[in-house]
Design a protein. Structure first.
Length: 396
């Protein structure tokens, strides 16, 4: 399948507005935002069909994430938006009969088709812990999808779902070997994964598993891996998805935990919206951007010339954090995609070294001003990861 530049924004209620505003008629210079694919979360999309039509009117194809893996858990049924979804089963998936399970898969796929999906994301399951076997459920869902699509349901490409516990890659490789070749692609969700703080060994293992999927002839989407999207695209991974400044990590235990009530936690003061900053290869909270805006030496390093910020003051960027994040993600992905595949990895390597230098300059200015430096462990980890994948000396 063709994923365009390889970044799929994950769209939900929190960032739908910024995406909507970014898809506008051509700018004065004739340029437009190219968004070949987007991933929309079904519980929200069921309530906002106009935005889906807007996306499609600009040529964006959709993947619909029904978050079917949640229905393996009893806790899911206590959350109204999941319990009342049109495809929701009557009980946790392990408690269903074979026929009830097959009916669930069919309703799930039908819901995706009704929302205008350009391909089906086959229901799949995320391991709770090391040793938690989800192979049988995953294969049963794939088998049902293969029997259903083209018959009862509109024919479209099928994308398998692989849930991977990062302490049990052996189980993931066993599942990969059993997936049928009739799938067009796989969506891989790792847990737990926090790319900006995970050690190089873990990031290498993630990249190697995704590459193993590709070597089996499957296109690959790395779930919620936007934080290391450039690194993965550089070594040949088809695409990644992530939110806009958020949704860049995944932890199964946290994901199924009931929502926290407003005011239930300690008040540490306003942090502002999160925003992706290309020049430092990570997202930051608004309070950090405000610190940057107070120091001229830093502002010069982080000026954005894209349409989201071109005619705005530096301190106004935060008011369009979502747009800035989307434009930044797409620009870096598009620039890399425009290069010959043979030089992409080296280009990413050089950018990582440049980013390390930029972060060092920013932190020097912050320290001189009596401010706390921003974290820089992520860039050291990314460089070490890329060095191992490219078999380079880590010192550079």
């Amino acid at each position: 399948m063709y994923w365009g530049h390889g970044f799929l924004p994950r769209i939900h209620s929190g960032n739908a507005g910024p995406v909507d505003r970014c898809l506008e008629p051509p700018k004065l210079d004739g340029s437009v935002l190219e968004l070949p694919w987007a991933l929309v979360e079904a519980p929200w999309a069921n309530r906002r069909p106009p935005l889906l039509e807007h996306l499609r009117s600009y040529g964006t194809q959709l993947l619909v994430d029904t978050q079917s893996w949640r229905y393996r858990e009893e806790k899911t049924f206590a959350v109204q938006k999941f319990a009342t979804a049109p495809y929701a089963p009557r009980a946790p998936l392990p408690d269903l009969s074979e026929k009830e399970f097959e009916d669930f898969v069919r309703r799930d796929l039908d819901a995706q088709a009704n929302l205008g999906a350009g391909a089906y994301l086959v229901p799949g399951y995320v391991p709770r812990r090391r040793g938690d076997d989800s192979v049988d459920l995953t294969l049963a869902a794939v088998d049902t999808a293969l029997k259903t699509v083209g018959g009862e349901i509109k024919p479209m490409p099928l994308i398998g779902f692989i849930g991977v516990h990062t302490r049990d890659f052996d189980a993931a490789y066993r599942l990969l070997e059993k997936l049928p070749y009739s799938l067009e692609a796989v969506y891989v969700q790792f847990t737990p994964v926090t790319p900006t703080s995970d050690a190089p060994g873990k990031l290498v293992a993630i990249a190697e598993f995704l590459l193993a999927c590709r070597e089996r002839g499957l296109d690959v989407i790395g779930g919620r891996l936007g934080a290391i999207g450039q690194l993965l695209r550089g070594v040949g991974i088809s695409a990644v998805d992530a939110g806009l400044g958020a949704g860049e990590t995944f932890n199964f235990a946290n994901a199924i935990r009931p929502p926290t009530k407003p005011g239930g936690g300690p008040n540490r003061g306003p942090v502002g919206p999160r925003m992706y900053v290309h020049q430092i290869a990570r997202s930051v909270f608004g309070r950090d951007w405000a610190r940057f805006a107070s120091l001229p030496n830093i502002k010069g390093l982080l000026v954005c010339s894209l349409h989201c910020c071109r005619f705005r003051r530096f301190d106004e960027v935060l008011s369009r954090a979502g747009e800035h994040s989307l434009y930044g993600r797409i620009k870096e992905a598009s620039d890399l995609n425009a290069l010959p595949s043979t030089v992409r990895a080296e280009s990413v390597w050089n950018e990582l070294l440049k980013t390390r230098s930029t972060i060092a300059s920013i932190n020097s200015a912050l320290v001189d001003a009596g401010e706390v430096p921003i974290p820089d462990k992520h860039i050291a980890n990314y460089i070490a990861t890329m060095a191992r994948l490219l078999r380079k000396p880590e010192a550079a």
